[in-house]
Write a protein that binds this ligand. Sequence first.
Ligand code: PEP
Ligand code: MG
Length: 537
Amino acid sequence: MQEGTGKPVFSGVAIGKAYVYDPRQNELPASCGDSELELEKFNAARETAREQLGALFDKTSSEIGEEQAMILDVQIMMLDDLDFIESAQDMIAGGASAAQAAHDAGDAFSAAFAAMDDEYMKARAVDVKDMSRRLVDILCGGHGGFHMDEPGILVAEDLTPSETVQLPKDKILAFVTRQGSANSHTAILARIMNIPTLVQTDISISPDINGKLMIVDGYDGRYYIDPDPAVVSAMVEKLRKAMAYKAELDKYRGKPSVSKSGKKVLLCANIGSAQDVRYALEGDAEGVGLMRSEFLYLGRDSFPTEEELYQAYKSVVEQLAGRPLVIRTLDIGADKQADYFGLEHEENPALGYRGIRICLTREDIFRPQMRAIYRAAVHGPVSAMFPMIISVDEVRQIKEFCRKIQSELYAENIPFGEVELGIMIETPAAAIISRDLAKEVSFFSVGTNDLTQYTLAIDRQNARLEAFHDAHHPAILSLLRTIAENAHAEGIWAGICGELGADLSLTDAFLEMGYDELSVSPGKILALRKKVCESEA
Ligand code: PEP
Ligand code: MG
């Protein structure tokens, strides 16, 4: 048996086969050396892609409509485009693998479309990329080169947000990484997925671990490889206790979140994608208080179109069936990077060109996002929330832009709904001027992860600083009190969507400060509701 320790990010016990994630697996495979065989693989992948797209076409046209499905029809036609096929064939004849050829020919073909004058043809560049990405995925067995044949435990050096979004989430029982901090976005994602996770472990990663039985104890921050029978029975006992606790929490399912003194608080979930709504519903969320929309931009190599964004938001709204949804606009930059944004290297990215600063200076990025949000609001209650705000002027610019978007949609005869506008309070500047900001918006949601990072001047990504990190620092608690007071003084609601919202040792304090909403990882909602219901505050 091999064992070790790490920092637990999410509790629970997982038992399963270990899968070592190596980012080099995402590199495209080299040719097997036989061009004929690579060509056969390429043609077989086209055939599989045609079947997949055909099935998707049928599903989309019956569930969403023929018009949306036509996008897929275009991709089916592109699979048979002679220029595309010949270009890939030439590459394979020149020694490229089928996957490399599908990727490179797709890139060249997509660039050619992007350079066309006709707006319709230009827009097809994305479809070409999507089609070639599908081929590459098929040729690599799905999810780039990383594959899990059964549910198991993912062991990695570290995971970037864009790597995490590409993983086969439904198969991952736990994460174990050598690096990573408890406040990183990967940790946040693990919390959304509700699975035991250890970061900063002492595990030595080698391919020999692959396939071995592994246990992750997210309560005590321990992992075991090839565990002894005594460890297995101890862990099974822990699992049994965890199930009993879960049954206890289940009694709070569907109950209102009201304290003993009658204070009602809305308990919502934080999510990153339309697929995550199921975790929110399983967790009994009363809504989604933070949809981190930047996850829709990660793990891909071109901007999502307005239509893609609209479909994703619409799917979330529909799944939530009347529960409120707060979409946080793109917060890319700092630790969340996507190459196609072409962001320059910065010395201090957390203090750099990120979040609303990108949106306010790149209308081409902001416009499709806001149009998609307004369009999705036709299907249910949607609010938009803006990250990294530091001034009243920024908020006024945003409101002006939103008015413009509404006029455009109106002029184009495109249906759109009402969208409440709120802001994240996650910079000390915003907290300090929150009374003025509250006059401009309909709600506040406090991003305690960044508010703590900026107030304490402690990089949330830097594991070496965790000893200095004090989540309960009096400066943070004092800012939190000020923010709630200022929101209420101007008649708007205030919530918390950073990790601190789930800290049960602060629930009484948050109720006493008057917070109206807490948005937390889906798996923490029932425990939080229990705490609220038992609170005297
Ligand atoms: C926060 O900063 O607390 C927050 C919720 O936003 P993110 O973690 O996505 O930066
Ligand atoms: Mg933040």
